[in-house]
Design a protein around this ligand. Sequence first.
Ligand code: HSE
Length: 432
Amino acid sequence: MNKVRIGLIGCGTVGAGVIKILKNQSVLFKKKFNTEFSIVKICDLNPHIAQKLKINKHLFTKKSDDVLNDTSIDVVIELIGGIHPAKEIILKALKAKKHVITANKAVIAKHGTELFKEAIKQKRNIYFESSVSAGVPVINAINEGLSGNTFNGLYGIINGTSNFILSEMTQSQCTFKEALANAQKKGYAESNPTLDINGMDAAHKLAILVRLSINKTIALSNIHVEGITHISHEDIENAKELGLIIKPLAIAKKINKSVELRVHPTLIDKDHPLASVNGVFNAIFLQTDPLGDILLYGQGAGQMAAASGVISDLINLSTKGKNVSRIRMKNISFEDKSIRIQKIGEVETHFYIRFMAIDKPGVLSKITGILGKHGISIESVNQKIRKKSSAVPVIVLTHKAKEKKLRLALEEITKLSVVKSKPVAIRMESLL
Ligand code: HSE
């Protein structure tokens, strides 16, 4: 029987889920994988955790060094999240010749290169399936199942909280505030939900996916990030009328040797499979060669979803980790030096723009004139009727336009006295 001795650092929601699965499935894991997992030490600052989880209190400690210095431990599971002290804990664990499993997207996105290097040096593995889309096996799919493919495009709904909020706003007319409170109650949101709604959580995950699929190390500043806070019911309804839906997408689009990296609410066709990914569900749509398009779909946040990913890392480690560690870590560290990152100003997309303008002769021509002056070609214009209001919504859909040209045009249009508020611009992607 293969024995894996575990040290758990951080025993909050996900940690409790991991303990639950290890307890409930121990017989199955012994039979199926010939492996016995035992948790030898748990580090957490909450003094009530042992009682809450009904676990022997002697397993608990408040000092991470008690776990890191225990020579009987094979693998450290880091579930405290954030950068510090998670990074130091992971480095210490590797130096102490322990494998590491983490669900920490921030630390892998920011310090992955350094951590992978240390793992190679120590001949140990870092597994991080739950860092992206919880238990949906996207990391494993890219590293193993799709390893014979090149990746040309990645369109991911990879933040459960923002997808939950936009879905609630679309389907049940919920306000943004109500939907966020609900996501927090269900345990989907980060302890600081700002990272979910401002797009940074998805940016961390995108950086990890790009490292593995397009083989490029990404600084977070290379990603153009926009959150979902400016999305209103009005734009959601307008999108519906156009046969579109707004989804919080993380995008990596490879065109020849350059890659566009962006996280923003995006209008997509209501018939694309990503359009029906609702609630906390995540989906990653990959354009690969030679396989073609593939969609990975599943619950991307929540206690048991995240715990499931950690368990799959444990099983991977126990069944093949020790022998393949150097090869695996070298594969995931591979860098394609020929890829360059496209500046956001140069990116070309279709846009939906909503202007709030005075309803009088000549207004439309002023707006469209400025767009034309900046070389932005219009696909359609629709002025909506609105009673008892001094300004009316004018919806413009553009053909593909360069971002920097569009920004200049919007700046100029905003200054027009007939335009009453800052225009709302949402990028559109045609994926069908
Ligand atoms: N807060 C994250 C989300 C949890 O909403 O997707 C999973 O990383």
